[in-house]
Design a protein around this ligand. Structure first.
Ligand SMILES: *Cc1c(COP(=O)(O)O)cnc(C)c1O
Length: 376
């Protein structure tokens, strides 16, 4: 059996090696390392894949989130609502800009921000909501957009883990994750569903004026070289990464399908195991399984990880510490009691290997050992 990894980028690369190597060779040959033609070409192809008017590449997903907040003109003291159970990036950029992160608890089944908790967190100072489409499944965007409309708030989607997921809107229209709010932000970190070979990110919007401002912001606030109209940052998508992403975008649907197939195998295998709760799937969104995350009941998680590790099966805990408990954010004075779901999830979730290259033999091996331990 092939070695089991959380993510297997090596085998994936070997299957597209010729195209990737050619694409990289072309960038070197042209020496257009910054803002080369591959950047625009990839942005256009991703825009057409997502069915959105503007895609602006940038340095990474965290910058995408930061630049979006800057482009929307949020001012110090403005409040931004975002979930407690996620990666640090969203609250980090909110705080860096002098805005106030208002963390709210999530839905225990989907792990995504709970619309009822958003409503409760709204004050006169609230200006934006940043839902995170965690683990590859969209948040309840119909409800979130309705709340935003009612209170005149911006919606910035963090779709770093859900690029390519399809959301089925109440209106009957389908949307790609990241194209429903005012702005969508993604990451091309190597392990993401659409990942490059280093850092990369992108911002999506249907608003042309906002897109123009974002383009200026990511390039030192300049439209005409050496004339700086606004204070910006240096966060461009690297030409090498764009060339690699252009090759990989053509495989994205097939990659997401492979992840779903592995998840289906897991779901079926664990369906009758009383100690395991399989990840919920909503009717309104596709799940493209950036992570396959179980909840364990009455099981010693650390011991299970140790057992699986001894059998050559890596596992991870996404995420072990709720954001409200992170030392860097202790100044917010958040109360433990406000986040019962996140606290419970941090104690009980376990993510299994999921990627595009898992084969039947590996899946059978992983599931049989998980069940064996759970049923001891
Ligand atoms: C990966 C990730 C980010 C940050 O992306 P980087 O490219 O690593 O900066 C932001 N939000 C979520 C939910 C992520 O998973």
């Amino acid at each position: 059996m092939k070695e089991i990894r959380m993510v297997d980028l090596k085998t994936q690369y070997e299957k597209i090696k010729t195209d990737i190597d050619t694409a990289i060779g072309e960038v070197i040959g042209s020496t257009a390392f910054i803002k080369g033609p591959q950047v625009k070409a990839f942005e256009n192809e991703l825009a057409s894949y997502l069915n959105i008017k503007n895609v602006i590449g940038c340095g990474n997903g965290t910058d995408a989130l930061q630049v979006s907040l800057m482009a929307l003109g949020l001012q110090p003291g403005d409040e931004v609502i975002t979930p407690d159970f996620t990666f640090i990036a969203t609250i980090e950029v909110i705080a860096l800009l002098g805005l106030v992160p208002k963390l709210v608890d999530v839905d225990k089944d989907t792990f995504n921000i709970h619309p009822d908790n958003i409503k409760k967190a709204i004050t006169k100072k609230t200006r934006a909501i940043m839902p995170v489409h965690l683990f590859g499944q969209c948040s309840n965007m119909d409800e979130i957009l309705a709340i935003a409309r009612e209170h005149n708030l911006y919606v910035i989607e963090d779709t770093a883990q859900a690029t390519g997921a399809v959301y089925h809107g109440n209106s009957g229209t389908n949307y790609k994750a990241g194209t429903m709010g005012h702005v969508g932000c993604t990451s091309f970190f190597p392990s993401k569903n659409l990942g490059c070979y280093g850092d990369g990110g992108a911002i999506f919007t249907n608003n042309d004026e906002l897109a123009e401002k974002i383009r200026i912001l990511i390039n030192h606030g300049m439209k005409v070289r050496y004339y700086h109209d606004i204070i910006g940052v240096n966060s461009r998508l690297d030409t090498f990464q764009a060339a690699i992403l252009k090759v990989k975008l053509a495989h994205l649907d097939e990659y997401n399908k492979a992840r779903k197939a592995a998840a289906d195998y897991y779901d079926k295998a664990f369906a009758h195991c009383g100690k395991i709760i399989i990840p919920a799937r909503t009717g309104f969104s596709d799940h493209i399984f950036h992570q396959y995350t179980l909840r364990l009941k009455n099981t010693d998680r650390a011991k299970m990880q140790e057992y699986l590790s001894s059998k050559g099966i890596p596992t991870m805990i996404y995420y072990p510490v709720p954001l409200h408990r992170q030392k860097a954010f202790s100044y917010l004075g958040l109360k433990e009691d406000d986040f019962p779901v996140t606290v419970e999830l941090c104690e009980t979730v376990l993510s299994l290997p999921i990627h595009t290259e898992l084969d039947q033999e590996q899946l059978e091996y992983i599931t049989s050992h998980v069940i064996k331990f759970a049923e001891i």
